[in-house]
Ligand binder design. Sequence first.
Ligand SMILES: Nc1ncnc2c1ncn2[C@@H]1O[C@H](COP(=O)(O)OP(=O)(O)OP(=O)(O)O)[C@@H](O)[C@H]1O
Length: 252
Amino acid sequence: MLEIVDISVKFGGLVAVKNMNIKIEKGKIHSLIGPNGAGKTTLFNVITGVVKPINGKVIYKNKNLLDLKPEKIIYEGITRTFQNLQLFNFLNVYENIYTGIAYNFKGDIKQILSGESKKFDEEIKIKILEISELLGLKNRLSSYPSQLPYGVLKRIEIARAIVSEPELILFDEPAAGLNTQETSEIEDIFKLINKEKQITILLVEHDMSLVMKISDKITVMNFGEKIAEGTPDEIANNTQVIKVYLGETENA
Ligand SMILES: Nc1ncnc2c1ncn2[C@@H]1O[C@H](COP(=O)(O)OP(=O)(O)OP(=O)(O)O)[C@@H](O)[C@H]1O
């Protein structure tokens, strides 16, 4: 579905990603793990066009995504979430989720929200309600982000990412800052959107228990390079991976 081919990224003298190759298969949950600074987010930024690599290609539906402007990537059916929440504090939950499909209208967001846009129709409202129901947000739609707990805010971000019905979502540390209960909610949501909505997921996550439970495939990065790839079982038993993670614990 998405193929990262020989991607390298440099920031000044620092090689953040080196000759990375990853194949993400349609319908799967693929996780990208590795210690802090391994290059995971940089790779996400390459896929979404905000960081330009020094070489390589990102092939999606026979197109090189690197040829597209970042704002056009969403038209290809790819969305993402961010490590730090990027919700609009001046919009309520309904409106925040709405911004996930607003790009379809290429119009001014205020005009769209005020209902002036002709394309603001019942169909979209129904879709937002369906997604809110799915993610347990239905009774929060008129609240503003500042009134809500962090776990709920994370679910709003997910709702905004899936409301446009993408084929692929990139999740950047969705469980960061969540408690066990909230993480288990995220796990259920991921399974649901992967199986029921058939959305392929590329996940960057430090919560190993979550990664091991939901991934079909895991790629492990360290210092910008791929050091292992396989099923959760294969990764859990890979000596090089164990060494990297033990090293991290010892240095912590
Ligand atoms: N815009 C930038 N300018 C300079 N250096 C950067 C930039 N973005 C990332 N880096 C550096 O590139 C390396 C890879 O960073 P990246 O954020 O991709 O790692 P990561 O694996 O996502 O880490 P984490 O798990 O902590 O989020 C790090 O050394 C980081 O400091």
